[in-house]
Ligand binder design. Sequence first.
Ligand SMILES: Nc1ncnc2c1ncn2[C@@H]1O[C@H](COP(=O)(O)OP(=O)(O)OP(=O)(O)O)[C@@H](O)[C@H]1O
Ligand SMILES: [Mg+2]
Length: 484
Amino acid sequence: MVTISGVKLNKKTGIISIRWKLVSTYLLLVTILLVFINVFISKTITNMYIEEKKADMLAKTNIIANNIKYYVNSEANSTIYETMKNEVTKYSKKINSRIIVIDSNNKVKVDSSKEFIGETFNHEEVEKALKGNNVATTYNHKEYGHLMYSSVPIILNSKIVGAVLISKSIDNIYSRVKNIRKALYLVSFISAIFIAIVSFILADIFSKPIKKFTNAIMNMAKGNLNQRIDIKTKDEFRQLASAFNIMSTKLDQVDIQRKDFVANVSHELRTPLSSIKLLSESLLHQENADIEIYREFLTDIDSEIDRLNNIIDDLLILVDLDKEKLNLNYKVTYLNFLLEKIITRLKPLADEKNISLNYDPRDKIQIKLDSDKIQQAIINIIHNAIKYTPEGGNVGVKLYSDSNNVIVEVSDDGIGIPSKDLEHIFERFYRVDKARSRGTGGTGLGLSIAHQIITLHQGKIDIKSAIDEGTIFYIKLPLDTNME
Ligand SMILES: Nc1ncnc2c1ncn2[C@@H]1O[C@H](COP(=O)(O)OP(=O)(O)OP(=O)(O)O)[C@@H](O)[C@H]1O
Ligand SMILES: [Mg+2]
């Protein structure tokens, strides 16, 4: 059992393995199917035998009826009657069945079992036969078991002169079917066992990927986020595994970024703090120091505190952006005015370095955006252009639109960004030349903030850059935003 953040991950309790679920489901289905098949086969075979028997019995009954048609109306003590009786008795023995001959008045003339002779015989089959029908039916008597009655009319000169009834036990059919059913059950039982074994093995194969997932997830829960699952089968598990691998890689990256971020923040905060500590300590150890020295050191301390404040401000902006993802304050904004305002604000900075800051609005554009945040993003980018362009350089800002986007283009003829750094430029604390950036006072958060703001507006930033020639940033914002 593993315990993570107070959550107990018990591997075994209460778990019915998917293997057993599969096996029992297969078995249940197969058993139901086999029972159905067995019942169906037994019924069909029974019916087949019975139909065959009916045809056979009717044929035999017709033979008797035909053989005795001239004798049936003879007197009980005449020779003709005896001939008929002998004929019937002989045939009854031959076919091992009881034969009863009835005249047209329902009187029993001959009964091979001698039981009903002379009696009126109101039997359903006989009634039907006397009306001209050939009938064969089966009965299940408690006492005599399964019986078949077959009855046909005796026809002489197109007149019905009586009927013959044959009754025969058909228990042998049922016992034959019973034997077949037994054999079927045995075969079914063996197939069920075979299916159980095969499904158990298959279920084991099918459930293997699940074990892999469980292990990988348990490892992730223990903090090893970089888990990969390799599944060779071409099925949904493979898709799931590749989705899982993407997720774990992403989580791992986020985790690494988070750790880097914390390390960077600590490092960035420590640098100005160490300077402040050093400056204040050396002041404390200087006895009778000149007021000018105090002033100089305090000015340095002050600028380090400013630096600290800037870093913390930027960090707070990032935290806010993370928090307020869906809380942007969208308003219809005239971008031309917004850019004019930004240029006016940054002009003194450009003038300080004798950089010409040129603004060229090609279109008049109004879109919905959070103007405070967009202003911050654009300022960060133009500020960089001024910062990373040597004295006397040029920075240009253009505003135009294409079919889908509004584009704010910020170009400079400054130091440029090496292509290997371009993909990292939006990462927090990322600076191309750390030593030089320190000189220019950067912390590497400006572009990261700008990128986050533009992404929240469903836009994007493209960059083109060549070393020592300059850089162009394209800030693209969608024209048809669905933002409310
Ligand atoms: N226009 C540019 N020309 C050349 N390099 C640039 C330009 N813009 C950004 N960079 C490079 O990208 C890095 C990251 O920029 P970013 O704005 O995030 O950080 P920064 O300017 O160093 O610090 P700050 O957080 O104060 O803005 C910079 O350090 C710089 O190396
Ligand atoms: Mg910057």
